[in-house]
Structures are given as C-alpha cells and as structure tokens.
Design a protein around this ligand. Structure first.
Ligand code: HMG
Ligand code: MG
Length: 297
C-alpha cells in the first residue's frame, strides 16, 4: 500500500511559530517561507487568522500574505471563525484551513464553541470561501487523544472527518495534537476512516511529544496515506494543548521517505538551510535529528 510519492505540507510558519513568545518580524517570516519554498516545498501553511489576542504571534498574517503576493507556491492560512474568514478573503490568500476537534473540551478551549456549533460555523465558512474560489482544508484535532478528556473514540474521529469532507474540505488533516498516539492505534484509526473518506484526501499531522511521530507516520504510509504535515526543525506546539511539543521535523520525514524510495520533490540540503535560518532567528537548537546529525558548521 505504500505511496510512490508523498506531498509534504509544511506547517512550520504557522504551527511552528504560533506559540513563540518572542515576536518574529514579518520580514523574517517571509524569508523563512521563501527558503522553504526554494527547497521544493509547494504546500506551506504561512499563518493564521486567529484572534490576535489569542495567538499574538500570528497577528501580522495579512502582512505576510501581502509580502508573498503573487504566490510562488500553494499557501494557506488558518481560519477559526467568520471574522477570520473575512480577514482571509481581504488578504487574497487562495486557501484556508479550518480547525475542528474530535474532543468536545478541546473544541471549547481552542475555538470557544462546541463541536456541533463549530460544524454549523464551518458550513458557512466553507460556502463563503468556495464562493470566493478559496480552497478549504479541514483539521481534525485530538485524533489520538485529548489533553483534557484522554481517550477519544475512533468513531468520533471517523464521523467528524466524514462530515468535514462532505461539507467540502478537499483534504482532511488528522492531528495528533499532543503526540500521544502509537503506530497500531494510528493504523487502525486510518483504516477505519478510509472506509468512509477517500484515503487520497487524508493527511497525517503528528506532534512528536512522546517521540512516536515517525513511527506513526510509517504506520499511516502503510495504510496508504500520502500527505504528511510537518515543521522544519521540529518547531511548534499548540497554545491550547499544554505540553504539546513541536510537529515532527520535516527534515526527518524527508530523510525517512528518501530512504524508502518515496519521492517528495524536496532538496534536503536546501531544507536544512531553511531550518538553520529559523533556528538562528529564534536562537534555538533544531529539534530535527537529521539536522543535528548533518550540521556542518
Ligand atoms: P471569541 O473571543 O469567542 O470571539 O474567539 P467572538 O466571536 O466572541 O468575538 C470577540 C471579539 O473578537 C469581537 O470584537 C470580534 O470582532 C473579534 P469586538 O466586537 O469585541 O470588538 N474577533 C476577531 N478579530 C480578529 N480575528 C478574528 C476574530 N474573531 C473574533 N478571527 C476565536 C473565538 C475562534 C476567534 C478564538 O477562539 C480564536 O482565535 N481561536 C483560535 C485558536 C487557535 O488558533 N489555536 C491554535 C491553532 S489550532 C492547532 O494548533 C491544532 C492544529 O495544529 C492541529 C493539531 O495539531 O491537531 C491545527
Ligand atoms: Mg498542530
């Protein structure tokens, strides 16, 4: 079932940076995104239209979008509600990502409404976005467990994924928000979802909190998943999931795939360069094992 090609969706500029306390300049964000694109990554989540008081680091997303226009790649930004959609439309971005959750408590904490209300909200957002020819990607958070509720039933994830797909999300990204999943669990979950939702539209979004991300990604690949979300240098974390560490590092995913003969179109050395740039900007060590192993100077 292994795919021949994988699409990497780089979420570093959004998921990676959204939790950073020190303000990163718009110019540095734009340079970071340009370097990621130069490495061969076409799909990049470049920011978020969350409420600036909730996620201050993303407050300049309009400016980031403007600086990147006309777009070289396929760029997207997070949209939590109608107001966020308005900002997205005004910015000219061509794709948005909505954030649903398989956990009721996480939904309340993250977007201040119930799962049921969020679906009504998403339906309106998707309709309005499509009227503007904006593509919509859907996240399902807490697919392998919730920081507040613990275990999450596979059925809850399957149903929500199906609903988002039926509402018009062209891709569904399955988020292990706090990185607690393990490979057999992920394999079973994806198997269950793929009975109802086209496997070619499923992405896996792993945080590496418990060091399981690459193992979980391999399990997802073996189920036929061919879209992987990752953050260069393993940046990231979610402000509404205490203790959630970064996403799986893009360098490590690219290394894994290269070793398995699966094409990504990404130049690992250029990717390492993008990782070094952002780590230098943040005065931070890379969380990518591959970047650490291959560091030159
Ligand atoms: P709220 O406070 O309930 O908003 O926030 P509200 O509708 O009550 O409005 C309050 C005021 O905020 C109003 O202004 C609105 O106009 C304004 P006032 O009338 O008082 O002057 N407002 C806004 N302004 C700018 N942009 C907006 C916006 N919305 C309202 N978008 C809201 C609700 C959804 C906005 C808030 O809860 C929010 O921003 N949440 C986002 C949380 C977030 O971004 N979390 C991190 C991303 S999710 C994640 O990381 C997981 C993921 O990676 C997958 C995984 O790992 O599993 C995706
Ligand atoms: Mg995430």
């Amino acid at each position: 079932k292994l795919p021949k090609e994988v699409k990497i969706v780089e979420v570093g500029p959004r998921d990676g940076l959204q939790n950073e306390r020190q303000t990163i300049s718009t110019a540095d964000k734009v340079e970071f995104i340009k370097r990621l694109h130069k490495s061969g990554i076409n799909d990049i989540e470049i920011g978020s239209f969350a409420h600036p008081a909730w996620v201050p680091q993303m407050a300049d997303t309009e400016d980031v979008v403007r600086e990147l226009t006309p777009f070289q790649g396929h760029y997207s930004a997070l949209v939590p509600n109608r107001q966020g959609l308005r900002r997205a439309i005004d910015s000219g971005i061509e794709e948005i990502a909505i954030i649903a959750s398989a956990s009721e408590t996480f939904s309340q904490n993250n977007i201040n409404c119930s799962i049921k209300d969020s679906l009504k909200r998403f339906e309106q957002i998707i309709t309005l976005a499509h009227q503007q020819s904006i593509r919509v990607r859907g996240y399902v958070s807490c697919v392998a467990g919730c920081p507040y509720e613990g275990d999450i039933a596979h059925d809850a994830v399957v149903n929500l994924s199906l609903q988002l797909s039926e509402l018009g999300c062209y891709e569904i990204s399955l988020g292990d928000t706090i990185g607690i999943g393990t490979p057999l669990q992920i394999a079973e979950l994806i198997n269950a979802i793929s009975q109802r939702v086209d496997i070619d539209t499923l992405a896996i979004h792993c945080h590496d909190t418990y060091g399981q991300a690459l193992a979980n990604i391999l399990a997802a690949l073996q189920q036929g998943v061919s879209i992987i979300d990752s953050s260069v240098a393993g940046l990231g974390g979610c402000p509404y999931a205490e203790g959630a560490s970064g996403n799986v590092a893009t360098e490590d995913v690219v290394y894994l795939l290269r070793g398995m003969g699966i094409a990504t179109g990404i130049d690992l050395l250029k990717l390492l360069n993008a990782g070094r740039f952002i780590c230098h900007t943040l005065s931070r060590r890379s969380q990518s094992k591959v970047a650490i192993a291959m560091q030159t100077s």
